[in-house]
Design a protein around this ligand. Structure first.
Ligand SMILES: *Cc1c(COP(=O)(O)O)cnc(C)c1O
Length: 427
């Protein structure tokens, strides 16, 4: 791709951007009366303008119909969650029957582990990546303890090689082989939250199955960001949050994938509740649980409609745009940001080191950058200038230009502000 680090060039890219109209469908915070340059769509996506209407519709139905809203709301509440399965199935590469939406991410991973972490005899170990997202670490430690094992023994962390920033697939496969028939479960973040590295989920899933383990993925940083094909990759289960790349609002609901081969399995252990029982007989209030014939069997409670409404609003936009168009823009805007960073690197004394893989197949929307020789003051300066980035001590910034609402001009303006900050030695 040919790029120039000029305002005119960035504006030209914006004019040609097939997704340009979506930028105006989002609400941007303002700093100094100007829309911020927003790089933290990997942490909390911006609010789409139509979200409020979706929430208001529920509020209105509640006001006017009260309990009758369960069946007579414009979008009835009792099966509201089912509306999300179809658009989500396209985002994660699944059949709609393999998707359910409920609870929040860590909760869902715990619930899914009831079905998919079933240690027995020698087979009790879990393979994960080193320095996984903290919630995942706490979750795995508490799960193995719950089953009577010691985390030091039962959790096998895949390591990076000394001096390298990313995991190598060959090392992961080697670990899986070594743990072999002691491996009960492989559970890794599909896109590493710190570096933005995308794991080879298809190959790793197959290797896990070859040693007889279940394989699940935490897709917090993957859903709505990268191409996923969960069904065909033969993944056993997965879960993701919706407030990062999927713009559903703070702390909002999580989506789950359960491969169809587990639906209708009578013996599969699972924590159950009334929203997982057959719709046809649910309100007969029978004592026997008759599981739904799809991933909804894992549902427990009646749907939290007020939090599903913003998720649905966002999914309708994703459905309209499609992941292919999002990924096409993502590749170009991230490449442009990378180009700008390298340009500026040559003009300033401090050096940037992009620790995210340079290969587009191994990364999504995020670039993680070591700013050698810079410190927290630079981050504070950026925030004051209306650049919202994520800073990790001592000096890593994570930049995630979400394709739906970030522009090429944003990348250019960011570069100028960054360069000015470094040259003026704000840090
Ligand atoms: C963001 C994130 C979470 C957050 O979990 P919640 O239960 O939604 O708070 C968990 N795991 C990973 C890998 C994440 O990136």
């Amino acid at each position: 791709m040919y790029f120039e680090n000029t305002r005119e060039f960035a504006q030209k890219l914006d004019q040609k951007d097939p997704l340009k109209k979506y930028r105006d469908q989002f609400l941007f915070p303002k700093v100094n009366d100007k829309r911020v340059l927003y790089f933290t769509g990997n942490s909390l996506g911006l609010q789409p303008k139509n979200t409020r209407q979706f929430v208001n519709d529920v509020m209105k139905d509640w006001e006017e119909l009260a309990v009758e809203g369960h069946f007579y709301a414009q979008k009835p509440w009792w099966d509201y969650h089912e509306r999300l399965a179809n658009p989500l199935s396209k985002i994660v590469g699944a059949k709609p029957a393999e998707i359910t939406v409920m609870n929040t991410l860590t909760v869902n991973l715990h619930l899914l582990m009831v079905s998919f972490y079933r240690p027995k005899g020698n087979r009790y170990k879990i393979i994960c990546e080193e320095k996984a997202f903290p919630s995942d670490q706490y979750m795995l430690q508490s799960q193995v303890r719950f089953h009577g094992y010691e985390p030091d023994d039962a959790i096998i962390e895949i390591k990076k090689r000394d001096g390298e920033h990313n995991f190598r697939t060959e090392d992961i496969l080697k670990t899986i082989k070594e743990v072999g028939d002691e491996c009960a479960l492989i559970l890794i973040g599909g896109v590493n939250y710190y570096t933005g590295q995308v794991f080879d989920m298809k190959t790793i899933t197959k290797a896990g199955h070859d040693v007889g383990a279940f394989v699940g993925w935490d897709l917090a940083h993957a859903a709505g960001n990268i191409k996923l094909d969960l069904h065909n990759w033969d993944v056993d289960f997965a879960a993701w949050c919706s407030y990062k790349y999927m713009n559903s609002g703070p702390g909002n609901a999580s989506g789950c994938f359960v491969h169809e081969r587990f639906h209708n399995q009578k013996e599969i252990p699972r924590f159950e509740g009334w929203w997982g029982t057959s719709k046809e007989t649910r309100f007969l209030m029978k004592p026997e649980f008759e599981p739904m014939a799809n991933a909804d069997a894992w549902q427990l409670s009646n749907a939290p409609v007020l939090s599903l409404a913003p998720y649905l609003a966002s999914l309708e936009m994703f459905d309209e745009v499609g992941m292919d168009a999002i990924i096409a823009k993502r590749n170009q805007i991230v490449a442009y940001l990378e180009y700008i960073l390298k340009e500026i690197d040559e003009q300033v004394e401090s050096s940037f080191e992009i620790i995210t893989p340079s290969n587009q197949e191994e990364r999504g929307t995020q670039l993680s950058v070591f700013l050698h020789g810079e410190g927290r003051k630079l981050f504070e300066y950026l925030m004051k200038k209306g650049v919202i980035v994520d800073w990790r001590e001592p000096n890593v910034i994570r930049l995630a230009p979400a394709p739906l609402y970030c522009s090429y001009s944003d990348m250019y303006e960011f570069g100028q502000i960054l360069k000015e900050g470094i040259l003026n030695k704000v840090s």
